[in-house]
Design a protein around this ligand. Structure first.
Ligand code: BTN
Length: 258
């Protein structure tokens, strides 16, 4: 496949690679050396150096799963609003997974996709800035589809196959994914910020529920209740200290409601 047919711009240029170090790295290289059009997608089922957030590796068994990067040009979005793009993308992936599983799908802050307390997908967004706006944004998405066994280094993984006992055609799912992402991206572009924030909050994992967390600075256990996210993307947690704000590196979820 070299184009997605049922979208306006996402995946109109669709580059399929048999194997690559990382689709995000490939997208960076494209942006540095050419002028890829908005919505250009890079897809593979084998990454040799897949990257996750916080410099983590993204592990995925070859030929079993989806690794996709899309180059967006959200030049309409101020840097201060960059988290809205994360929210729109996480919602697009959530919309997709919700079509396939009967369980509740959640977005674990900031943009992991969870079913129950297991991770089915991760998102790595890398923005390049020009002035006060985002020039281009490389949106990398990894989804566990047909893989059934995971290395012990991967925390609490699941896959569509594990959840539904079915095998999936990866290209069909990628096509659907592009459609869902485009819908949410167009909501963002047309200024439907309140809708995106509300949908994100409604689907946020452990939102409004008391649970256990780890404060990474001192490795101390915190009991907290998520009360939302700031415009800039930080997590707002109610604890015995009142409302506390955490950025991504500062807190770990222990996945234990109390
Ligand atoms: C995370 O959960 O930490 C984010 C994982 C993001 C993985 C995807 S797979 C496609 C793209 N290419 C990469 O190297 N990483 C992202």
């Amino acid at each position: 496949m070299n184009t997605i047919s049922n979208t306006l711009f996402v995946g109109k240029v669709f580059i399929t690679l048999a194997s690559v170090d990382s689709t995000n790295a490939y997208a960076h290289h494209l942006c540095a050396t050419t002028s890829p059009i908005d919505g250009t997608a890079i897809f593979t089922t084998e990454q040799t150096q897949g990257r996750g957030q916080l410099n983590n590796k993204w592990e995925s068994e070859p030929q079993q799963n989806i690794a996709l990067s899309i180059i967006f040009k959200p030049d309409f979005l101020k840097i201060a609003n960059h988290f809205l793009l994360n929210q729109a993308i996480a919602l697009g992936v959530h919309d997709l997974i919700s079509q396939y599983v009967k369980e509740d799908v959640k977005i674990k802050w900031s943009n992991d996709i969870y079913v129950g307390s297991n991770k089915i997908g991760g998102i790595l967004i890398q923005n390049s800035i020009q002035g006060t706006n985002i020039q281009h944004s490389i949106v990398g998405i990894g989804l566990n589809i047909n893989q059934t066994e995971f290395s012990t280094a991967v925390p609490n993984p699941t896959s569509l196959r594990l959840l539904t006992q079915k095998d999936y055609d990866l290209l069909e799912i990628v096509e659907q994914l592009c459609i869902y992402l485009e819908n949410r991206y167009l909501q963002l572009k047309s200024g439907q910020h309140l809708l995106l924030k509300k949908d994100y909050a409604d689907r946020l994992y452990l939102n409004g529920i008391w649970a256990k967390y780890l404060r990474t600075a001192d490795n101390n256990l915190i009991i907290g209740k998520i009360e939302g996210v700031k415009e800039s993307g930080e997590l707002i947690l109610r604890t015995n200290m009142g409302l506390e704000i955490f950025d991504f590196k500062e807190i770990k979820f222990l996945h234990q409601p109390i």
